[in-house]
Design a protein around this ligand. Structure first.
Ligand code: UDP
Length: 202
């Protein structure tokens, strides 16, 4: 199984993203090694399948978070939680109106297991993500609320080619993976993740 990601959609013009959307990717930008790397990996999986009959599956993972992330992971959920717990400034890149749809790790794992047990004819790619979409400002405010933090939000430059929006269409996953859909919504997932970081930052 290839753990592909929503990077294959780049900075998407079609919203929400369905698996048959080919994406909007800059081939030579700062994020290109990530985006094109995932696209190339999907191509290689398909080629090995077509040429050599290798049994393959492809999932496209959308932003996922949860306990056991590295403190220095650098992604937004762990950054904001660690900053909030330490009372440090929350580093908002850009104006914070860009959106992401955050999936709790347990929902992803359930989707992966179902994908591996699915009909061998079903190769994917299939989106695995939580369709509930939030701006980074909403995320920061929710984390500040849940942690009771005194942290302030500071605004920093937006990295180049940072996607403005990301939201999975998960109809294919529901159909092919026995009605799979995310069970853990953002607040509950953040509470569990905050509890984890509280434990390791003590
Ligand atoms: N982001 C932010 N502050 C941070 C880390 C990330 O504002 O400390 C923003 C980032 O610019 C992006 C969003 O949060 O718009 C999600 O970033 P992440 O790296 O977690 O995921 P990806 O961009 O790969 O979807």
């Amino acid at each position: 199984m290839q753990a592909s990601t929503s990077e294959v959609y780049g900075d998407p013009i079609v919203h929400p993203q369905k698996e048959d959307y080919w994406g909007n990717v800059n081939p030579i930008g700062l994020r290109s090694c990530y985006d094109e790397g995932k696209r190339c990996a999907e191509t290689l999986f398909m080629d090995y399948h077509h040429q050599n009959k290798v049994a393959i599956k492809i999932i496209r993972i959308f932003n996922t978070y949860g306990p056991n992330m590295n403190v220095n992971d650098g992604r937004v959920v762990s950054n904001f939680i660690v900053q909030a717990l330490k009372g440090e400034n929350i580093t908002m890149y850009g104006d914070g109106f860009q959106t992401r749809s955050f999936q709790y790790v347990d929902d992803l794992v359930e989707g992966m297991v179902r994908m591996m047990n699915s009909d061998p004819q079903f190769l994917g790619p299939v989106n695995l993500g939580n369709p509930n979409e939030f701006s980074m400002l909403e995320l920061a405010k929710t984390i500040i609320d849940l942690t009771g933090s005194v942290s302030k939000i500071i605004f920093m430059p937006l990295p180049k080619d940072d996607p403005k929006q990301r939201q999975p269409n998960i109809e294919l996953a529901k159909e092919k993976l026995n009605g799979w859909e995310p069970k853990v919504q953002l607040k509950e997932g953040l509470e569990k993740t905050i509890a984890y970081f509280e434990g390791i930052l003590k």
